[in-house]
Design a protein around this ligand. Sequence first.
Ligand code: NAI
Length: 338
Amino acid sequence: MFARNAVRTLTQTRQFSSSSARGINVTVLGAGGGIGQPLSLLLKLDPHVKNLNLYDIRGAPGVAADVSHIDAASEVKGFAADKLDEALDGAEVIVVPAGVPRKPGMTRDDLFATNASVLRDLATTAARVAPKANLLIITNPVNSLVPIASRVYEKAGVYDPRRIFGVSTLDVVRATRFLAGLTGTDPADTPVTVVGGHSGDTIVPLFSQSPSAKAILGDKEKYEALVHRVQFGGDEVVQAKAGAGSATLSMAYAGAKFANALFRGISGEKGVITPSFVRSNLYEAQGVEYIASNIELGANGVEKIHPIGPITAREEELLQVAITGLKQNIEKGYKFIE
Ligand code: NAI
């Protein structure tokens, strides 16, 4: 009873809305972790999901046994470390929060050494077992790992740029929440588009495109502080957790929210638009092959990449800083894989 109500409550919000749901097979890689566990819970509640496979090198069968008792329709199975192929068999959407998180003082780039290998190995198996699945990369540094996964798929001869996503939704969630906190508006009514990448000054919130941010835009000090908070909001969580990791609950929410948008697109709903870090020609002329911007989701993943749209001179400056950082992050990913 509770779960049905819970699902109904979630589907009634814009965050987890339901379209004419067709059952989708989803695999979570890293399901035993700080993000993986609550993300698996939220995916269990999503009415689009038919089969939910949970994999981790540690603890996934336990998480699966636990989540599987929730009275939602999907079937949940857990897979131990040596069962990656089985976990990926038949997957249409693969969500990856596997890897190590930040500790105080670390940047996302500091995670590269460990997480680049984790992602390369998981992507190699995903490309072989479920080459047509949509791959949602949560693991950091997203800016470098999306290029790595893309090269892995290219080398395997199965690359479809429409199906590899860097999940930058937490930046959207933070920008929307922080703005609402300042303006006193309902976050559901004040969505913010965030473009660029997913780390520090590659994160570019476009407040000029949110009508409710008008007053903030006119107050330089407030505006700059808000932009900085969006760019470095992750550090607030890392510091508050004092060595115990980075954002997990808000990230699980953001990951489930992006997955729900993709599920709706796959299910045939039109006009599902949200930012994601994807292969893009928007700034190719400036040497950047991947960038986050609004994308429309559909049956084949990315159906359409929307232009950045009108922005202020200050936002253009921020975007140029982001482009410089992105070039380095993308190059670093390519170097690793070659
Ligand atoms: P965690 O350490 O709590 O969990 C990571 C899980 O990955 C662990 O259960 C671990 O056993 C598993 N794992 C490690 N190697 C694996 C492999 N080869 N195959 C399968 N599973 C493997 O870390 P947490 O907090 O869940 O963070 C995960 C990642 O998400 C980190 O890289 C973190 O930086 C990133 N993150 C991304 C955000 C975003 O906005 N995209 C926001 C917050 C975190």
